[in-house]
Design a protein around this ligand. Structure first.
Ligand code: HEC
Length: 187
């Protein structure tokens, strides 16, 4: 399943990315994800406004992640819930973009970028729920998946800034919803 704000080209994109993963696995015999094989840095293609917004969002997300870590290991469930929700709400695609910005973004980045983006969005909502239900084990698991999604996206699309992630071997499942990996079905 694909979780993205846009409905149009995604089904096709899911199948394509799955095919690419299979091709990478069978033809090359390498444990690399499709993203790490095909991806290009996205920043040069973003409008200055989008670049500015994205950067600001990223800094806020990282801050929230630090606070969440601290809250999880100290059992401050309300903070986990609040900050998980804050990541969800402050999310770049969910807010602060005009329709035109949205179109610009979709034109600039590949569908896989938007899928990863959508999955992080979903994980942060689940984390907020795990905070509300005081479920520490689930908080820890979701935090790990969120971290995987940061690394997966950065190692695929932001290597112009994060050179240390350029050669990172990222498991193909990182940053992708489980349903997407197993079935490759669209919604
Ligand atoms: C869908 C892709 C994507 C995901 C997922 C993602 N990022 Fe990013 N991140 C980017 C891009 C693109 C940039 C580069 C922004 C720029 O500098 O223009 C970036 C940059 C950053 C930066 C550097 C900001 C700065 O300029 O100082 C931080 C910090 C960051 N991300 C944190 C995170 C954290 C934490 C997560 C996970 C919880 C995360 N990101 C998930 C795409 C992503």
């Amino acid at each position: 399943m694909c979780y993205v704000t846009s409905k149009r080209p995604l089904n096709r994109a899911c199948h394509r990315s799955r095919t690419a993963v299979i091709a990478a696995g069978t033809v090359l015999g390498l444990g690399l994800s499709a993203a790490s094989l095909a991806a290009e840095p996205v920043r040069p293609d973003l409008t200055p406004k989008l670049q500015g917004l994205l950067k600001k969002e990223m800094i806020q997300i990282e801050l929230a992640m630090h606070e969440i870590y601290s809250a999880i290991i100290q059992g401050r469930h309300a903070v986990v819930a609040e900050k998980g929700q804050a990541i969800h709400d402050s999310f770049i695609l969910a807010q602060s973009l005009t329709d035109e910005d949205r179109q610009d973004l979709k034109a600039a980045v590949p569908p896989e970028f938007l899928q990863m983006d959508g999955y992080l969005h979903e994980l942060s909502a689940s984390l907020a729920e795990a905070g509300q239900s005081r479920d520490t084990a689930r908080q820890v698991a979701l935090y790990a998946h969120m971290t995987e999604s940061c690394v997966a996206c950065h190692s695929a699309y932001v290597t112009d800034r994060f050179e240390g992630l350029q050669d990172a071997e990222i498991p193909a499942g990182w940053g992708r919803a489980p349903a997407e990996q197993e079935s490759g079905q669209g919604d």
